[in-house]
Design a binder for this molecule. Structure first.
Ligand code: DGJ
Length: 725
């Protein structure tokens, strides 16, 4: 609900448990007034300290700069006296901009940033505030949307050049919030290839603490997410402010603790790798930012992100639908396969009940290694005589569905496409291009380049029955011709994805970027699932999946059972635990099933049946993290990091699945008691543990917990299904 108090010129956005308040102060400054636990609409303007001289510009012109350098702006400008990080920088000979309130409107529905992924749906209300920089004629609309029942504010920014000169935009962030204290710790997710989304929690200090990407993708190294939490905030209690960006390219996310111990929190497109010429009468949209407030700790914050993204961002028909259990041949064969080998895997997979066979990299051109053929999307007749059809006939004949890997944004120097069109690759005139994984990036800002790839993909999709696509992207951008290139590149990628999901709406799309370098909300708009990491080791996955779940829905986490010793770590873990950990997200296998032991094969049909019986809980239920897999020296100093546990609870709380993983076994250790969460206190839940049937109230399970025996061996696990009587 959005309220406007006319006398105070104060806007209030209320969600079930939170309020976000803005004030139009003297001279049209838009000031952030309050964001926190819900409060009844009332005059909050004294929080702005405007009545304390000398900070009233109209009454104290000589101290105008002091006012500008400490007032809590909700969209701060550069060049006029606020020396903190600005949200907008434009170059008009100089770098100054001074946005003042012009008008506002409040309406049902929301603004959809053009050509960008965005939240959608009914049951939302938007506050639109029009601001203007008089000297240049730049008009900026700030959009604030709230969805019924969700403790989030969705912000976006659209600009229009209503002046008579072209303006160069050098920075347009999507959200900036000035919080009025310094008692925060900042949680960010750092990582690397095969080690994505490691959570880090540190007190903020004076100055700027920033994560970003200038790689042309949201990246393995940092995720476009951060949270500001109180020192006392835990998983289930305390304040948490979460920020993310619905965008898959370069981003910046930062907290700045100022001289007056205020905290400016910001998120948006990274400014150093951004430029956009806004010619007269033209418009520009910045991506949506999502701001979540929770007084129920990190868990509450994450559940809000999950609910918003599941109900109002993912569009695929698979959003709430049962997804097929897949088998992917990558770790089973890498590039070394032929029709017979694939058939052997498919035969065994189908016998065990696996429903979708995914053919990964290596099926096209002459791709025996990652050295060549990207851009030549024609089946390799040496490996697949007669093309894909004999394989797809075989697979569909077994009653399985067929999925296919593409890397549509890339071109190998050794490819027919590059030989014919070297100019298709991103580069700078007169400078050699840098290879990465022996490949270049296609110039997706060009429509003809996208069309050339699309024509080839379409040929395949119209010839064989492809019901799943894995869209991969295996290198970062280099030799980018100008900072004005990155954003159009990203828009080109989104246009291709839009074309794919519009023309082939039945295809289940899984996006991927060398594992999880594009594991971001922008991608969710097109693909309901995203390959989370090339690290399939169950122990490492506990951390990666924990980090991912801080802001992304578990239903999006691509997660597979692979062989041991694991290809990323060499670690050996029980087959059962690998399955229990993969059931945190979308569930599949990535191994040669034909080579498994009889005992492992025997477990697969039961795992698939179990998965189908719980998958709705993972897609539509609520996640409560009950453990923390990070080392006691790091994020989880207060926790015992030797186990991890979580529970998914259905919307009506009558059904739940609890998973416990004992990471390290210890000799002579007592059984461990884990308190559950999210249940109905008075309902009685039935479950089986260690061959014994139990009936306990939700209150018992949440206050006293379940008693889990000390298991024999590392990475052992237990999964319990709890249902009300
Ligand atoms: C990176 C992906 O993350 C892997 O799963 C696999 O598809 C390879 N690329 C193929 O080159």
């Amino acid at each position: 609900m959005i309220t406007y108090l006319e006398n105070e010129r104060q806007f209030q956005l209320d969600t079930p448990h939170a309020s976000y308040v803005l004030t139009v102060a003297e001279e049209g400054y838009l000031l952030h007034t309050y964001w926190g636990k819900r409060i009844a609409p009332q005059d909050l303007t004294d929080l702005l300290r405007l009545s304390d001289p000398p900070f009233v510009p109209a009454k104290n012109e000589r101290e105008r700069a002091s006012f500008l350098d400490c007032a809590p702006f909700d969209f701060p400008c550069a060049g006029i006296g606020d020396y903190r990080e600005p949200a907008i920088v434009l170059e008009d000979g100089a770098f100054a901009c001074d946005l003042r309130y012009v008008s506002h409107r409040i309406y049902n529905g929301k603004y959809a940033p053009r050509c960008l992924p965005h939240t959608w749906g009914n049951g939302c209300e938007t506050l639109e505030i029009l601001m203007r920089d008089e000297p240049t004629g730049l008009e900026v609309k700030l959009h604030y949307t709230v969805f019924e029942g969700i403790d989030a504010v969705i912000r976006s920014v659209s600009l229009e050049n209503c002046g008579s000169r072209d303006l160069m935009l050098r920075r347009v962030l999507s959200a900036s919030v000035d919080l009025d204290d310094d008692r925060f710790e900042m949680i960010t997710l750092y990582g690397s290839w095969a080690r994505e989304r490691q959570a880090e929690r540190l007190p903020i200090r004076h100055g700027k603490q920033r994560i970003d990407s200038t790689r042309g993708e949201s990246s393995h190294q940092y995720s476009p997410f951060f949270a500001l939490v109180r020192p006392e905030t835990t998983e289930e209690s305390g304040e948490a402010y979460g920020f993310t960006l619905i965008y898959s390219g370069n981003f910046t996310a930062q907290a700045e603790l100022t001289q007056f111990c205020q905290t400016r929190a910001q998120i948006g497109i990274e400014a150093g790798s951004f430029a956009h010429c806004l010619s007269t009468e033209s418009e520009f949209d910045a991506p949506e930012a999502v701001l979540v407030y929770s007084e129920d700790g990190l868990g509450g914050m994450s559940r809000t992100f999950h609910r918003l993204f599941t109900d109002h961002l993912i569009r695929s028909k698979y959003r709430y639908a049962e997804r097929p259990v897949l088998i992917n041949n990558w770790e089973a064969t890498y590039f070394d396969f032929d029709l017979e080998k694939l058939k052997t895997i498919a035969d065994e997979a189908s016998r065990l009940g696996i429903e979708l066979f995914v053919l990964d990299d290596g099926w096209f051109g002459r791709r025996d290694s990652d050295n060549c053929s990207l851009g030549d999307w024609v089946p390799d007749q040496r490996k697949l005589p007669g093309g894909l059809k004999p394989l797809t006939d075989h697979i569909t004949g077994k009653g399985m569905r067929f999925g296919l890997w593409f890397e549509p944004e890339m071109i190998s120097p050794d490819s027919d496409l590059f030989r014919a069109h070297p100019d298709y690759a991103v580069g700078i005139e007169g400078r050699p291009r840098t290879q990465s994984r022996a490949q270049y990036v296609l110039n997706y800002a060009r429509r003809d380049v996208r069309d050339a790839v699309w024509a080839q993909m379409k040929e395949i999709l119209d010839t064989v029955p492809v019901s799943y696509i894995k869209w991969d992207m295996n290198r970062q951008l280099t030799e980018v011709p100008s900072p004005a290139f990155y954003h159009p590149y990203m828009l080109g990628v989104y246009q291709m994805l839009e074309r794919l999901v519009t023309e082939y709406p039945d295809i289940l799309l899984e996006s991927c970027s060398g594992g999880g370098a594009r594991f971001d909300p922008g991608m969710l708009y097109y693909s309901p699932q995203i390959w989370a990491s090339d690290d399939t080791d169950a122990k490492e996955r506990l951390r990666i999946q924990y980090g991912a779940s801080l802001f992304m829905p578990p239903s999006a986490v691509g997660s597979h059972v692979s062989v041991c010793p694991n290809h990323a770590t060499g670690r050996i873990t029980p087959f059962e635990t690998r399955a229990n950990v993969a059931m945190f997200g979308t569930f599949g296998y990535e191994l040669n099933v034909a080579q498994l032991s009889d005992d492992e094969k025997a477990q697969i049909p039961a795992q698939i049946a179990r998965w189908h019986s719980i998958s709705r809980l993972i897609r539509e239920g609520s996640l409560y993290r009950l453990g923390n897999p990070f080392a006691p020296t790091g994020f989880a100093a207060q926790q015992n990091a030797d186990y991890d546990a979580w529970i998914f609870v259905s919307a009506d709380q009558s059904d739940a699945v609890f998973t416990y993983v004992q990471i390290t076994a210890e000799a002579n250790m007592k059984s461990r008691r884990i308190r559950l969460a999210g249940l109905l206190p008075d309902a009685v839940y039935a479950y089986e543990l260690g061959g014994k049937a139990y009936q306990k109230t939700g209150a018992y399970l949440m206050q006293c917990g379940v008693m889990l025996a000390n298991l024999w061996g590392d990475m052992t696990s237990v999964q319990l299904r709890l249902r009300t009587l």
